[in-house]
Design a protein around this ligand. Sequence first.
Ligand code: CNA
Length: 249
Amino acid sequence: MGSDWERVWDLLDRARNIIAFTGAGVSTGAGIPDFRSPGGLYAQAEERYGVPYPEALFDIAYFQKDPRPFFRFSRDLLRSEAEPGPCHRLLARLEEEGRLSLTITQNIDRLHRRAGSRKLLACHGSYDRARCRGCGAFFEPEQFEPVLLAGEPPRCSCGGVIKPEVTFFGESLPPEFSRLAAHPPEGDLLLILGTSLTVQPACLLAADLARRMPAVLVNRDPTPYDGLMRAVLTADVDAFARRAEERLG
Ligand code: CNA
């Protein structure tokens, strides 16, 4: 175990072009539940948001039938007082120092941006824009957030439901993601933090990058791609980020 940590510090000390890939685990410490941990969103979804099965919360076919559970979830997420944590701060700092060229996140909670990351690809979309399911009109946050924060489905003047551009199961990922997957960036370290690496196609991009450059994974649970990593730390990501900050001084 000790040698894995040493290998990670060695890679981190030498890296000048880091690419980060993050998942819900970087935000659990801030109080935002992930999907798959015990007590995570999947364990609560049926009771809390009234869906018949957990994945329905982000299933486009279910959303067509009943968008209310997604908007109840969105209200909780956007109203939450969660603040960026040690991982968000570490990645923003590495970017600021010119040692990190891209953070790819599967998260939709805005915490990377709030921590200061700007070289950011939100591969499962975001709440920064929304679109009417009826007529296709686009909306900016100030046009739909007040209704969303009340937990109601916002509606367009045509009567259609306005859906934030968060990627659901059954939807394509944003075009920036496809461009990146077609032209993978170069880097000298891939830092994968807090993800089960089970949601496709995002995890396939992470695996592809891990084949192209030395990769480090920090996660509490094993993932299907642990074998591709130069080092795997079975650890709390926030503890890792705090130790990394200490080393960086
Ligand atoms: P996941 O499948 O729920 O996996 C999370 C992983 O993080 C698990 O393997 C946990 O073991 C691990 N983990 C949780 N907390 C910690 C911790 N403190 N330290 C170390 N490891 C930890 O979530 P993924 O991100 O892999 O799956 C991708 C989904 C989750 C994306 O579509 C996201 O949009 C979606 N999601 C996002 C958020 C958010 O924006 N914060 C919250 C919940 C789900």
